[in-house]
Design a protein around this ligand. Sequence first.
Ligand code: FES
Length: 570
Amino acid sequence: MPKKIDARSADWLQGDYFFRVARRAFLEQGGTPPHLLDGRPIIGICNSGSDLVPCNSHFRHLVEHIKRGVFEAGGLPLEFATMPLGEQFLRPSSFLYRNLVSMQVEETLRANPIDGVVLMTGCDKTTPALLMGAASCDLPTLVFPGGPMLNGKFDGRNLGCGTSLFEYREKLSAGEISQREFEESVTSTFRSAGHCNIMGTASTMACLVETLGLTLPGAAAIPAVDSRRAACAHQTGNAVVDLVKRDVRLSQIVTREAMIDAIRANAAIGGSTNAVIHMQAIAGRLGVDCTLDDWDTHGSDVPCIVDLMPAGRRLMEEFYYAGGMPVVLKAMEAMLHRDRPTVTGETVGDRLEKVVHADQTVIRPLDRPIKKRAGIAVLRGNLCSEGAIIKPVSATRRLLKHKGPAITFETIEAYRTRLDTVDVTPDHVLVVKNAGPRGYPGMPEIANLPLPRKLLAAGVTDMVRISDARMSGSASGTVILHVSPEAATGGTLALVEDGDMIELDVTRRRLSLDVPYDELDRRRRRWRSPAPEERGFVKHYLQHVTSASTGADFDYLVGGSGSGVPRESH
Ligand code: FES
């Protein structure tokens, strides 16, 4: 007879009640020998890998290393899968399904005999989706990031996922390379399993999760196919059992102090703008007070000290060899909350005690940054009363203060169709509507709109672009994104017409539409909201998704329901 333990899984598995006896038999049916049903902690392993998520395809062997570590530490691992949430294939956008997967994770954890969990994360949305779900259940939780793919190589150059794709797309558009060369560059980019190898959204989220204290030290940067990644998986399995024994919950690690440190770290690594929307959603699940303005207040003045694409020149492999996040955090130690806890029981300060900042080329000291003031700026004005964001360091300096006439497009499809036929100058402001959470729906990464062919051919490299969409973490330019309220809810963005003057002043954090109030009011009365969706998940999404400025979570998912044991069903 298994001994009783004080864990939630005991409520399913311990004792003489007939169905608990049956449940132990069901675990044996799955191949678990009876001697492992002795009341040891049960560790859920949430595996987001799949053939439909090539970035996470190596999880099928890494999960075995996590299991070994769990067994070694005296736990019993039970793996479960999530809906594939990859960037490569999902239409209309992977973001549409982030909240859905978070619900799946939350309900799976709560409904099953699980005492603690390892989240296997990698491709962009997998990190926030899994973390949001786990946050609402609030079990002892450790994150295992799957790691970046190897450096891409083409024509003697390092190729960064996305960043090089956009660069070569523009070369193709400008007639500088052939279609064959373009295709070769693309296939040379993706050399191994692992998430994108630049400081895009996946790398950013992995680095921020490490900053929060939810991974083992150094876990974010180890390449996906490096043997040390497998060793890290094993050690993660060890650590989660210890975490369960200490009963340290996710909410004890992800505090406001941890969020502020993550905001600062996002600037220091030259992180993705997508981090804003995902971290806001995670904070919302935990009830952590963190607003859009915190990103500007605490992060905008922090310098970027990591020389990685898209802000710099290098890729994640070099970042790993230079020491990864422990070295970044060491360099910015003075601005961190050193006394806050991490999953290993050490404080942030403890973790940094022995870190040496040896190589100062890839990761620079704070006083010799790649770029100064590298964080997110939050804009306000009549065009974005709930806020919009821009990453000034990725923009063209002279465009940070700009006034120009709008050219408007009702959808991204209209933009693609009409772009090369409109009468456009470099001073125009390109405006795309209906690409927000509700408008698209699912807020795609289209905000870094490609420039008109004729301007590219004339040597123009940047223009002011505005939308309610998101932007790929691999992109750059004078791009204003996440405009809230979005056009599809009747935000002022919906009312912009061709020729209206738009004024951007990033120093003053202003984004204004220069149209008289009466005229805007007249247009607003004419505006009609899009027809409602008839059925299915998209209908549900449209009814419940909130504004980008608060994380675009579902209204009823904000907060958590804890890890209480649901009632017995048999
Ligand atoms: Fe998966 Fe970039 S496509 S991280």
